[in-house]
Design a protein. Structure first.
Length: 150
């Protein structure tokens, strides 16, 4: 269904999405802050990310939303906060399709319908970092597997 997955390289949801794409042989990429900045240090070179001119996380978020066909925000909370809330605001401002997925609203059929309805081939995946939700990596992996396994 998707041809390319974008993400910003932060710990947690971003890395889970990138690792999932790598394991599945799906092209991946996206923007990351200058210096490959993340909360755990420099983002590993195995992630094919391009550095923005700024060290600011918000620039990479805006550019990943802009350069995708749509954004899937995956969290374990029904309420978005921090960078995830900023991602949703960016999608709204740029009139880009965006879907927030969380337990209770993570039906694979509904996610597939969102992707098909908006003809998304390049998908931006975002969500919380590991320091705010240590279990997010596994949840993102599980959601992506369920959506794309069928």
């Amino acid at each position: 269904m998707i041809e390319r997955l974008l993400s910003g390289g932060q710990t947690g949801a971003d890395r889970a999405a990138l690792d999932w794409a790598i394991r599945r042989g799906i092209a991946h990429g996206g923007w990351c802050p200058r210096g490959r900045r993340a909360e755990d240090g420099a983002i590993a070179p195995r992630y094919q990310l391009i550095e923005t001119p700024s060290r600011d996380y918000e620039q990479r978020t805006r550019w990943n939303v802009r350069d995708s066909g749509g954004t899937l925000i995956i969290s374990r909370s029904a309420t978005l906060s921090g960078g995830s809330a900023f991602t949703a605001r960016c999608a709204e401002r740029l009139a880009q399709p965006c879907l927030h997925v969380h337990p209770g609203a993570d039906d694979p059929q509904a996610i597939r319908a969102f992707l098909e309805r908006h003809r998304i081939r390049t998908l931006n995946v975002a969500g919380p970092r590991a320091s705010t939700d240590p279990a997010i990596y596994d949840y993102v992996t599980e959601v992506l597997e369920c959506v794309f396994a069928g």
